[in-house]
Design a protein around this ligand. Structure first.
Ligand code: NAP
Length: 257
C-alpha cells in the first residue's frame, strides 16, 4: 500500500503504460483518476480497477485543449478535494526524417506531447501548491538522449519534456512538489505496435532490431515503466527531484561493442 490515501491523476491511461500504471497505483491504495481522449479505453481501465477492488474514476478529455482541461478540472473538483500525483503520460508519435515530417504532424506532436504537459500542470499544480505537497511525473523517453532514426519530431518533444521537468522542479521545490521524468526505452504497447506497422514492412525484423538496441535483448513491458512510475509517485523517492529515471534495458548508456 505504497500510495495509501493518495489521489493520482494519470493522462492517457486508457491504454499501454498509462493503463498499467493506473492498475498498479490502485493496487497500491491510490484513488486513481483515469484520463484519456478515448472514452472506451479509459472506461475499460476503470472497469478493470473496480473489478479488482480498487478505486478509480474516468474523466474524458483532450490534454491539448485548454477548454477540455478546464472541464476536466471542474469534474475533478466535484469529486476530489486534493491531488497528490499527476502523471503526464499521454503522448503520441510519428515517423520520418525531418524533411519527411509534415507541418501538420509536427504541430500535432508538439501539441500533445509538450502543450499537454503544460496545460495539465498549469491547471492542476495550484492544488499541490496550496497543500505544499505533490509528485509530478512527466513522460519523456530515452529518445530525448539518443539519436534514433526517423524520430526527429518525437525526440524533440521528449527532449522538451525533460528540459521542462528540470526547470519546473526549481520553481516548485519551495512548495515541496517533486517533478521527475520517466525515460523508457521501447515498451511493448499499442503505440509501438502501430509504429512498427507503419514504419516497417517486416515487423518481426523491426522488433529484433529494437531488441538488439537494448542490452536486455528484450522489449520492455508496460509493468516495467509502471513500477518506475510507482517509485516516483511514492514517498520512497522523496529525495529524487528534477531527475530523469531511465527504464530502458540499457538502451541509453549501454553499448555491446
Ligand atoms: P499508448 O498505448 O498509445 O497510450 C497513450 C494513450 O494516450 C492512448 O490511449 C491515447 O489515445 C491517449 N492520448 C493521445 N492523445 C491524447 C490527448 N490529446 N489527450 C488525452 N489522451 C491522449 O502509448 P504508450 O506506449 O502507453 O505511451 C504512453 C507514453 O509513454 C507516451 O507519452 C509515449 O511517448 C511514452 N513512451 C512510450 C514508449 C514505448 O515504447 N511505448 C517509450 C518511451 C516513452 P488514442 O489511442 O486515442 O490516441
Amino acid at each position: 500500500m505504497r500510495l495509501k490515501d493518495k489521489t493520482a491523476l494519470i493522462t492517457g491511461a486508457g491504454s499501454g503504460i498509462g493503463r498499467c500504471t493506473a492498475l498498479l497505483f490502485a493496487e497500491e491504495g491510490a484513488g486513481v483518476v483515469v484520463n484519456d481522449i478515448d472514452a472506451e479505453g479509459g472506461q475499460k481501465t476503470v472497469e478493470e480497477i473496480t473489478q479488482a477492488g480498487g478505486k478509480a474514476y474516468f474523466i474524458q478529455g483532450d490534454v491539448t485543449s485548454s477548454s477540455s482541461v478546464e472541464e476536466m478540472k471542474r469534474i475533478f473538483l466535484k469529486r476530489f478535494d486534493k491531488i497528490d500525483v499527476l502523471f503526464n503520460n499521454a503522448g503520441i508519435s510519428n515517423i520520418g526524417a525531418l524533411h519527411e515530417v509534415s507541418e501538420k504532424d509536427w504541430d500535432k506532436l508538439m501539441n500533445v506531447n509538450i502543450k499537454g504537459v503544460f496545460l495539465m500542470t498549469k491547471s492542476f499544480i495550484p492544488f499541490m501548491m496550496e497543500r505544499k505537497t505533490g509528485s509530478i511525473i512527466n513522460m519523456s523517453s530515452c529518445a530525448a538522449e539518443i539519436g534514433l532514426s526517423k524520430r526527429v519530431a518525437y525526440s524533440a518533444t521528449k527532449g522538451a519534456v525533460l528540459a521542462m521537468t528540470k526547470a519546473m522542479q526549481v520553481d516548485y521545490a519551495p512548495y515541496q512538489i517533486r517533478v521527475n521524468a520517466l525515460l523508457p526505452g521501447t515498451i511493448f504497447t499499442p503505440f509501438v505496435e502501430n509504429y512498427l506497422k507503419n514504419a516497417y514492412e517486416n515487423v518481426e525484423e523491426a522488433l529484433n532490431k529494437i531488441k538488439s538496441r537494448q542490452l536486455s535483448g528484450e522489449i520492455g513491458k508496460p509493468i516495467d515503466a509502471a513500477m518506475a512510475a510507482l517509485y516516483l509517485a511514492s514517498d520512497e523517492s522523496k529525495f529524487m527531484m528534477g531527475s530523469p529515471l531511465y527504464i530502458d534495458g540499457g538502451a541509453t548508456f549501454g553499448k555491446d561493442a
